[in-house]
Design a protein around this ligand. Structure first.
Ligand SMILES: *Cc1c(COP(=O)(O)O)cnc(C)c1O
Length: 364
């Protein structure tokens, strides 16, 4: 049986959570944290991640209803905010908090809440420059209308940053959000306002009543890299070692030809496992504490690595695709650069394919 394991360090997750808190609290002591656990907690496993952070967070955020249902079925009692779904019936069945992004959706929820004689808390999303979801026509007036719907309580109002690395643009989005906030507060409604994702947390003025970190919880984030600990380590084992003469072609398309007598290892991971084909002749992996290059085209289930410089390497030796060993380290950011993508895609891809193992206790 092949080994492809994602080791998820829940201690690191909790450390990152406290790091977010330590950044946010001095600026706004009442700022709450909505932990984003969509896409199976960015490949880390939503049930385990949510359990580890339960009671620490104001709420958890998922993309779709199905993800919320999985958390409830697993016994999670915390508030769950459903970011991108028009689900109505399941919201009531599982006691979820929907994000409302248009008036029609609010009406349907209100009608159902009224029928069931319950009050439903919702968060309303407004457009400030993301160009995705959110009320974009007369947001304040629409929110006023939503607030007047029977059995609906506006618990939150949110927006989303589209380019948090750009200070000028982010300042403009925050300005628009503040304008909407002023108008809503004037209506006599005082919901929880929130706009900041991980990258937004660096702007003190983006810290409204709550923040919505995702990536930072998993150990990445450009401004706080040093304070964060990556939670995911992905490893496999060498399944074959071949001693090949100079001039031997490796893999599809013969994109790599050995330049000298070489020792080539084969690992049982490929693009079907989220190890991107773009990593062909670009990525490195760690074997026996040393970085070695991926050589030849990444296949569907197999990848070749150059072990020529590693002494006494043998079949079954461990190979780190993501993570550290000794003094060497490969981060999701490194893989993202090699594959011309972002760490989010690296984590969701590798994390969703590997078999997960959780680290909860101090390992000596
Ligand atoms: C994914 C997401 C977040 C979290 O973003 P990160 O960059 O991972 O912190 C926050 N809010 C919304 C609406 C999202 O979709």
């Amino acid at each position: 049986m092949r080994l492809l394991e994602a080791e998820i360090d829940l201690k690191a997750l909790i450390h990152n959570f406290h790091t977010v808190k330590a950044i946010v609290k001095p600026i706004n002591p009442s700022c709450r944290i909505i932990a984003i656990v969509k896409a199976d907690a960015y490949g880390h496993g939503a049930v385990e991640v949510t359990r580890a952070l339960e009671k620490k967070c104001f709420a958890f955020g998922v993309a779709f209803f199905e993800e919320a249902a999985i958390l409830r079925e697993a016994g999670i009692k915390s508030k769950i905010i459903v970011l991108f779904d028009r689900e109505v019936e399941g919201i009531f069945k599982y006691n979820l908090t929907p994000v409302v992004f248009d008036f029609k959706q609010a009406q349907l929820l209100s009608k159902q809440a009224h029928k069931k004689a319950v009050n439903l808390s919702v968060h309303v999303k407004v457009e400030t420059g993301m160009g995705r979801l959110g009320i974009y026509n007369a947001p304040c007036e629409t929110i006023k209308k939503i607030a007047q719907l029977p059995n609906i309580k506006i618990e939150g109002v949110m927006s989303h940053l589209s380019e948090a690395e750009n200070k000028e643009w982010t300042t403009e989005q925050i300005r628009k959000f503040k304008e909407i906030q002023r108008c809503i507060v004037n209506l006599g409604i005082s919901p929880v306002f929130h706009i900041a994702n991980s990258q937004g947390i660096k702007y003190p003025e983006a810290l409204f009543d709550a923040v919505r970190p995702g990536l930072m919880l998993y150990g990445y984030g450009q401004n706080f890299e040093k304070e964060l600990k990556p939670c995911m380590k992905v490893k496999t084992k060498i399944i074959d070692i071949r001693r090949l003469p100079k001039g031997s072609p490796i893999s599809y398309g013969r994109t790599f030809i050995t330049k000298k007598n070489s020792v080539i290892g084969v690992i049982p991971v490929g693009y079907a496992d989220g190890y991107f084909r773009k990593l062909t002749n670009r990525a490195k992996v760690i074997v026996r504490g040393k970085k070695v290059p991926v050589v030849g085209t990444v296949c569907m289930d197999l990848t070749m690595i150059d072990l020529t410089d590693i002494r006494e390497v043998k079949v079954d030796d461990e190979v780190i695709l993501l993570g550290d060993l000794g003094n060497e380290k490969i981060t999701a950011q490194d893989i993202a650069e090699w594959a011309e993508t972002i760490p989010y895609e690296v984590l969701t891809s590798l994390g969703s394919h590997a078999k997960r193992k959780y680290i909860r206790e101090e390992v000596c």
